[in-house]
Ligand binder design. Structure first.
Ligand code: KG4
Ligand code: ZN
Length: 344
């Protein structure tokens, strides 16, 4: 079963072709991505209207590129998938509209996919795919969640951020330090030459007794520290970046370990943009090794938004018999859409 997937929920246009044959491991045939980061950088964050317009410009050339890379024709595609939500409404509508129009023109079925389900299944395209059940730590720009994943389509929320997401904490702290958007990768690069113990920053909800997160206080603490440093900020920036990263990673690692203990599971899957963070991977690898927990990550280039995870999630849902493709080409998008609503 060949699935063509479109991702356009935020500032990346992703298109991919995945072979999700029944009884075999899903295989990525080709994928192409255009990141709008340069365009939004001047504004310090994503401008939704500009994002939508750029998705329109990129989506068809990327589709041609993918088909060419895979040496396939559109006639060979069995299903077309798109991100239905959550995300920016206008941006989602571009992917949904193109997917449905293309599907109607080709007479193929079309399917809307949950963006976070894409992220959390993305390690299945890696060299070391997980087995069910597992705990998933979903850490993206918009979400920080711990989920118990029993099988495809069965996601139990164990805890989540009550305010900012982990990626947002990286991005907002980075912005306060004058780093470009999106701050996560820039902050973590700068942190390499800093001391993570230089500043004592808060680890909110670490001892809350539940699996929820809170990161809003961290950016306030970073701001206070930056003001205190005044003219010294420039020379201590790497230390502040390293201390910020250490605080975020510390909370993510310890809460993940609490989730492992609470569920009694011994497999952890990390997904979403922050899953690309080297310190997070290093610390999780170390603690999981000690506790006999297997930890799985998506390939680095599939951590952030991409079309491959959307095509993959569609393929895996179809394989699991969770979707009936009704031949209708009407569509809606869901800018807000809790993953738990998907439960099979
Ligand atoms: O999953 P994603 O691409 O988009 C959403 O669905 O939100 O995640 C983007 C987030 C941004 O906040 C970005 O700063 C963060 O992931 N990110 C990182 C790293 N790479 C991306 N954060 C920390 N370290 C990184 N290496
Ligand atoms: Zn995402």
């Amino acid at each position: 079963m060949i699935v063509l997937g479109f991702e356009s929920s935020c500032d990346e246009t992703g298109v991919a072709l995945v072979d999700a044959a029944v009884k075999s491991v899903p295989r990525l045939l080709a994928h192409a991505l255009f990141s709008q980061i340069d365009m939004h950088q001047a504004y310090g964050g994503v401008v939704p209207e500009l994002a939508s317009r750029d998705h329109i410009r990129r989506v068809l050339p990327l589709t041609h590129e993918v088909m060419q890379q895979a040496q396939r024709t559109l006639a060979e595609v069995d299903v077309i998938a798109y991100t239905r939500g959550p995300g920016l409404a206008g941006a989602l509508l571009v992917g949904a509209g193109v997917a449905c129009a293309l599907a109607a023109a080709l007479g193929k079925p079309v399917m809307g996919v949950h963006h976070l389900e894409g992220h959390l299944l993305s390690p299945f395209l890696g060299a070391d795919p997980p087995e069910f059940p597992f705990v998933a730590l979903l850490v993206s720009g918009g979400h920080t969640q711990l989920m118990r994943v029993e099988r495809v389509g069965s996601y139990e929320l164990l805890g989540e951020s009550i305010d900012d997401a982990a990626g947002e904490a990286f991005d907002k702290s980075a912005k306060l330090m004058g780093l470009p958007y999106p701050g996560g990768p820039h902050l973590s690069k700068l942190a390499e030459s800093g001391d993570g113990a230089a500043f004592k920053l808060p680890r909110p909800l670490l001892h809350s007794g539940n699996l929820d997160f809170s990161f809003a206080g961290l950016k306030t603490a970073v701001l206070t520290q930056a003001k205190k440093l005044g003219s010294e900020l420039e020379s201590r920036k790497a230390d502040l970046a390293a201390s910020t990263q250490a605080a975020i990673v510390d909370v993510l690692v310890r809460k993940s370990m609490s989730a492992m203990a609470q569920t009694g599971l011994n497999r952890l899957v990390v997904a979403g943009g922050v899953g690309a963070n080297a310190l997070l991977r290093e610390q999780l690898n170390a603690v999981c090794l000690k506790r006999g927990i297997r930890v799985h990550y998506p390939e680095l280039h599939l951590c952030t938004d991409n079309g491959a995870m959307i095509a993959l999630a569609a393929g895996m849902r179809l394989q699991a018999g969770l979707e009936s493709l009704d031949g209708s080409y009407s569509f809606d998008v869901k800018p807000r859409w809790p993953l738990a609503e998907l439960v099979a």
